[in-house]
Structure formats: structure tokens, C-alpha cells
Ligand binder design. Structure first.
Ligand SMILES: [Zn+2]
Length: 377
């Protein structure tokens, strides 16, 4: 078995090189597999890399793993692609199963340690079936001073304290504050604000939509795992599944034999990529079987305190990006906290990602008939 550290790279390029090297191994089972590198965005050398092959004999099903929809979260996602290639290819029947692996849908974000794209857009709020919605976040507008950058970070300790106080007050008074609402709903008004879903479709969104449609038109059954970080209990895997899936959370937990499964509804989350995928299936490919969900590795946890820490990190990271910090140590603190939230350096967390990731892959792909368990020696 490979050392845990080998899976976790420190730069975008390093991670991408490792991914590109997977092609040789995949070609041994799927000789027609190819690697594509789609340039994305204005800056040079940011690419969405994809390894894809149809099944060798009959396109019954496809296993689809994607990563880095939220840039910086792509480090853990790439680790999952690597783990999958290392340990599970031998349990898949290439005669009937296609393979599609995507290394980082938001390469600029991964390179620059941000969740969002170079246009400050949260890609998981950018997938619309019809049109991008008008702003529906009055509360966000009311509290926009909190979520929009307002000058350089002068004293991070003080700003952190103020944010905690403001957010706590908002949570107590209204049950949830505008920023919490924006967190799930997205906001479509303030280009420099947090949780911005954009006014137009991002190139990464166009790319993924094309892949989703292609897979639905080619395979009878599509199993999609989209890897993320931050949500859910610390050091555990949480699956977020669309409400298009009619099974209850309890049914899902027992079917997949996994502890943490939540459902996200397009009523509460706007522009989510897996909801889009499910809607596309319902409307245009109703005879297909699709399982598409987010797989999240928890970092801060789920307590009230963790929630405050999370919102504060998101707000300060956004402020640092647009306005900078007067003191170098404040800049470093915000960047460190951003990593703690989306790509913690802690060994314990990284080991949990591998362990929990294995269990997620085995339970979901096993139950869905992608892995032939008996083939495991
Ligand atoms: Zn994410």
C-alpha cells in the first residue's frame, strides 16, 4: 500500500502530473482510453484534465469521478482519483463499464488556493437548467456589509472577533443570518461577495454540462462521485445526495451502509451541479439510471463554533483576496485557516480521507454493481 503522504500534493502542477500518469495504467484495461486537457480561463496553463474510455464491448454502465469543482478542494479530490486508480481498477469489468475521471474542474482555484473561479464564482451555484435566477437573497443584501470586502485587513484578531459577534447576533435573532442563507442558496448580485453564483455560465460549467449530457446519452447507468471537502463531521465522509433521488436519508444510509448521508434540494440550493445532472436525466433521459452525489470530507465539524469559524474564514479569505492585508502575519493567518478548512495539512485528517474514501468507494461502487467484490484478493 502507498504511503498516505504520496496522495496529497502541494501544487496544482504536481497533482496534475500524477493524474496524467494514470493514463498508462488505465490503458492496460481500456486500451482506447484517452487523456484530454481543456484550457480553462484567461490565465495560462490551467486545464481540466480528463481520462475517458467507453466500455470495450457494451456501454452498460460508467463510473465517473470528478474533483476540484471548488478549486482548493481538488487536492483531496485528486487523492481520491489516485486511490481509485491504485486500488480498484482490477475489480471493474471493462467489457461493460466505461471510465471517466476528471482532474479539477476549477484549475485556477486550485492553483491559487481558492474555492471559487477567477471570476469569484462558486461553480456549485452556477449550474442552471434554464436561466440564472434574479437575486433572491434579500437578507444577504441587508447584511451585505458583512459579506463584501470593505478595505484591507488591518488587524485580523479584531476583525475575527467582530465577525463572530455579528454572526452570532444574526444567528440568534433570525435563526440564521443572511450569510448562512447565501451559503446554501448562493447570491447572484455582488460580484465581489462570498457565495457568488455568477450572472453567466462559467467555462467550467459548460464543460461539465457537456460531459454529463454525453454520459447520459451513451450509458444506461451512470454512477458519479464528485469529491469535496469541508462539509460534515470532522474526519468523516458525508454524502450529499439530490432530492431527485426519491429514497429517504435512512433508506440511503442502510442501502449504502454509510453513516452520513444528507439530501440537498434545489429549493434550498440553487445552481448545484448534481441537482442539474439529475434534472437533465429526468427531463431528457428518463430511462437512464443515475446516481450523482457530492462526497465531502469534513474538516471543522458541525458544531455552532465550527459554523462560525467556517463563515469567518470564508469572509476573511474573500476580503484578503480583494483587498489584501496590512500585516504579513495576518495574510499568513488567513491563508493558513483557509487551508485548515479545505485542505488541512494534519496527518490525522489525511489518513481519515484515505480510510473514509475507501469505505465510500467500496460501499457505493460495490452496491451499484461497478465493483465486483469477489474479484478482490
Ligand atoms: Zn465543495
Amino acid at each position: 500500500m502507498r504511503e498516505t503522504d504520496d496522495y496529497f500534493k502541494s501544487t496544482y502542477e504536481e497533482s496534475r502530473n500524477v493524474f496524467r500518469e494514470h493514463l498508462d495504467k488505465i490503458k492496460k484495461k481500456w486500451p482506447r482510453a484517452g487523456l484530454s486537457n481543456e484550457p480553462i480561463g484567461k490565465e495560462k496553463d490551467n486545464t481540466i484534465d480528463m481520462i475517458y474510455s467507453e466500455a470495450r464491448a457494451s456501454n452498460d454502465q460508467v463510473v465517473f469521478l470528478s474533483s476540484g469543482l471548488h478549486g482548493i478542494e481538488g487536492y483531496a479530490g485528486a487523492a481520491m482519483l489516485h486511490l481509485f486508480v491504485d486500488e480498484y481498477l482490477d475489480q471493474i469489468d471493462p467489457e461493460t463499464t466505461g471510465i471517466c475521471l476528471i482532474h479539477v474542474l476549477n484549475p485556477w482555484g486550485m492553483r491559487n488556493a481558492r474555492r471559487v473561479t477567477e471570476n469569484n464564482i462558486d461553480l456549485n451555484r452556477n449550474f442552471f437548467y434554464d436561466t440564472v435566477p434574479e437575486d433572491m437573497n434579500e437578507k444577504f443584501a441587508k447584511e451585505s456589509d458583512l459579506f463584501l470586502p470593505n478595505g484591507k485587513i488591518k488587524d485580523v484578531k479584531k476583525e475575527k472577533k467582530d465577525l463572530y459577534a455579528q454572526l452570532t447576533k444574526g444567528m440568534v435573532k433570525e435563526g440564521y443570518s443572511g450569510v448562512k442563507r447565501a451559503k446554501s442558496m448562493g447570491q447572484f448580485e455582488f460580484e465581489k461577495g462570498v457565495y457568488y453564483g455568477g450572472k453567466a455560465e462559467e467555462p467550467s460549467t459548460t464543460f461539465l454540462k457537456k460531459v454529463q449530457k454525453y454520459l447520459l446519452s451513451t450509458y444506461k447507468k451512470i454512477i458519479h462521485m464528485d469529491w469535496h471537502t469541508a462539509l460534515g463531521p470532522m474526519n468523516e465522509l458525508t454524502i450529499v445526495n439530490s432530492t431527485f433521488d426519491s429514497r429517504s436519508e435512512e433508506e440511503l444510509k442502510s442501502f449504502y451502509n454509510l453513516k452520513n448521508i444528507q439530501k440537498s434540494s434545489p429549493k434550498d440550493v440553487k445552481g448545484d451541479a448534481t441537482n442539474y445532472f439529475n434534472q437533465l436525466k429526468e427531463e431528457e433521459f428518463p430511462d437512464r439510471y443515475l446516481f450523482s452525489a457530492l462526497f465531502e470530507f469534513g474538516t471543522f465539524g458541525t458544531s455552532k463554533k465550527a459554523e462560525l469559524r467556517e463563515l469567518t474564514t470564508i469572509v476573511l479569505e474573500n476580503q484578503l483576496y480583494w483587498e489584501g492585508a496590512e500585516k504579513e502575519e495576518d495574510r499568513e493567518w488567513v491563508l493558513e485557516e483557509t487551508h485548515n478548512m479545505f485542505y488541512p495539512p494534519k496527518q490525522e485528517w489525511r489518513e481519515s480521507v484515505i480510510k473514509e474514501g475507501r469505505s465510500g468507494i467500496e460501499n457505493v461502487l460495490g452496491r451499484e454493481g461497478i465493483l465486483k467484490r469477489e474479484a478482490k484478493v
